[in-house]
Design a protein around this ligand. Structure first.
Ligand code: ATP
Ligand code: LTN
Length: 336
């Protein structure tokens, strides 16, 4: 027996509790998640199993997992409208990962860009780090997911999930829906303020001036934007030129948060200096984050309620993932 068909398009995405949530995560991912709440069936997962693929301090992980839940709800992921849960609360993810491991050639994993980047930063590389995309494939495939909204950096992993699904379907018969990555045209890659050649990253958000963190207050936001790396020129224009990456990043943040056209923005800043640009961008960011920060502070103050919401989310997730893992086990020849 296969799992019941579902009518609305199913959406699944995940985020690691690996550091302080940044403006990049918000603009590249969470805004899209919130936008699709009403018309689609949504599952959002805080992927703690993924986070321990690189060393973590247990107390920090515990705190950050609750902080992540509070911030996601504060950003608009209403637990009444979506299933928000913690990955390790649903055992089928780890079980599914094992079975998918056994149909995934190791060469596919060694080619992953994120693995190559992250493994260079580790003294000792865990097997989990190499296996990371297979766990991600299990996350996605367990829910018969149609769409996976992510930033550009995750496209390769979603494509791998498609390859794994196809291989499993070929070996054992139709089991998995083939998921599509959904990448926003704008905001897919918000750059680091201290190094605009690289992406703004949650796990580097502890470095002062690297990121704008969603829980930051106005002073911290002004500080980070004021120190943002730009170029020796004066022109405030959208540009793909590597030397203009810093100014372009600030302009894109402004564009995303105001919704103004590029022409209007360039006209607005024509003849003005970088100091002025930074001041205005900081103002827009502060106003956009103010309500999110206020809601965040009230949710984080009530961990009992947060844990209750997450327990409800886990139960709803298990209602989908448990029958699916049974189907998978049956297909590979296990007694279920
Ligand atoms: P880490 O630094 O631990 O790798 P991260 O900041 O890259 O964390 P993830 O948990 O890996 O965040 O990603 C959560 C979501 O945010 C993903 O959909 C990812 O594509 C998106 N995202 C992450 N960083 C950016 C960024 N700088 N610009 C746009 N989207 C981003
Ligand atoms: N690897 C992703 C997080 C993630 C994810 C997922 C995203 C884990 N499982 C399933 C989409 C679907 C990241 O680092 N952003």
């Amino acid at each position: 027996m296969t799992s019941l068909p579902h009518k609305k398009l199913r959406v699944f995405s995940g985020i690691q509790p690996s550091g302080a949530f940044t403006l990049g995560n918000y603009l590249g991912a969470i805004r899209q998640w919130v936008a699709g709440l009403d018309e689609k069936e949504n599952f959002f997962c805080i992927v703690d199993l993924h986070t321990i693929t690189v060393p973590q301090e247990p107390q920090d992980l515990l705190r950050r997992t609750r902080e992540m839940a509070a911030i996601l709800i504060a950003c608009g992921l209403d637990p009444q409208k979506c299933t928000l849960f913690i990955q390790s609360h649903v055992r089928a993810h780890a079980e599914g990962c094992w079975i998918l491991n056994c149909v995934t050639p190791v060469g596919w994993l060694e080619r992953m860009t994120q693995y190559k980047l992250k493994s260079q930063q580790q003294e000792s590389i865990s097997t989990g780090l190499l296996d990371y995309p297979v766990l991600q494939a299990a996350d996605i495939l367990l829910y018969d997911t149609n769409e996976v909204p992510v930033g550009e950096d995750q496209k390769q992993h979603v494509e791998l999930a498609r390859d794994i699904a196809q291989r499993f379907n070929n070996l054992y018969g139709e089991t998995f829906v083939i998921p599509e990555p959904i990448i926003p045209k704008l905001g897919a890659r918000v750059k680091a303020l201290d190094d605009p050649a690289t992406k703004m990253s949650k796990s580097k958000a502890y470095i002062r001036g690297h990121a704008i963190r969603l829980a930051d207050g106005p002073d911290e936001i002004r500080y980070a934007i004021k120190r943002a790396v730009t170029d020796p020129g004066r022109e405030i224009v959208f540009s793909d030129a590597p030397e203009k990456a810093g100014v372009n990043n600030l302009l894109e943040i402004y564009e995303l948060l105001t919704g103004y056209t590029r022409e209007a923005i360039e006209a607005h800043f024509a003849g003005k200096g970088y100091g002025h640009l930074k001041q205005e961008v900081a103002g827009v960011v502060i106003e956009a984050l103010r309500p999110i920060r206020e809601r965040y502070l009230s949710f984080i103050a009530d961990p009992v309620e947060l844990d209750r919401l997450l327990a409800v989310g886990a139960e709803r997730a298990r209602a989908v993932a448990d029958p699916k893992i049974q189907e998978i086990k049956r297909k590979v020849g296990f007694i279920v």
